[in-house]
Design a protein. Sequence first.
Length: 301
Amino acid sequence: MARNIFGNAFGVEAGMMQIAVFPNKSKRRAGEIVDRIFNYYRNKDVRLMMPASEARQFHKDDFGLPCVERVHVDMALSIGGDGTLLGVCRRFTGQEVPVCGINLGTLGFLADIETHELESRLEKILLGEYRIENRLLLSAYIKNEYGEKYLGNAINDVVVSKGGVARMLKLSLYINETHLLDYKADGLIVSSPTGSTAYSLSAGGPILNPTIKALLLTPICAHTFQMRPIVVGENDQIRLEVANVHQDIIVTLDGQESFYIQPGDEIIICKAKTTAHIVKFDDKNYYQVLRSKLWNNKIMS
């Protein structure tokens, strides 16, 4: 018989699955999905937990923890769009916690659960009927006369772009030790295969299957025909120098964390030493998701 110590913030029985729930507080239906998750796992061998602030907002105070990342977690559920899932993955960087997305966004390439199938997917999670895809992460650094500073990891992309009303940037692109090209543009997107369907796609970059071991460089509004999207090896190091550093120039990770570049700084982007762990189910494959998300599941007759 299932045991319910559901909400005990301390002792956990052996064999009990621990699931952290991360709802996007701005999503209208997030509260409904949180309630459905808690109702489904009631009286099952599952301990649910949430960050304290989210727990208060969704009236689950007994399940709130001040720092969920510091306790053992078997799986994390993100409730929102792909942006929510990206943020949860970065919270658990280096901890090998699988993250499963429940889609409340517009497209949801990474989130593998739609709301109409929630309970059936929650059962598969409990039964272990899922797989974990290890996705390449990017690491970003700033290098200057004082040394090298680590900025963080990104699952989708690292973007160097102008801020405010800054004029076009003058960029020098290096791959490993080779000076490849000088060009003018609004910026550069360095994307993982996972992120090829995000900002890079909007800027004219190709779609890469996430199993491909590569990095993708996509210029933003390049003012030359010489600079086009480039696919390079996963172990290549990208270095970017910006000539006009007096303007507002920003490095952005997954569109969520931003850093300003100072005069003399260089941006270095490479494959991270760790990976993101994203939950997928066997009845969906990458090309089915592409078809349903991008082309609305219609075939011309």
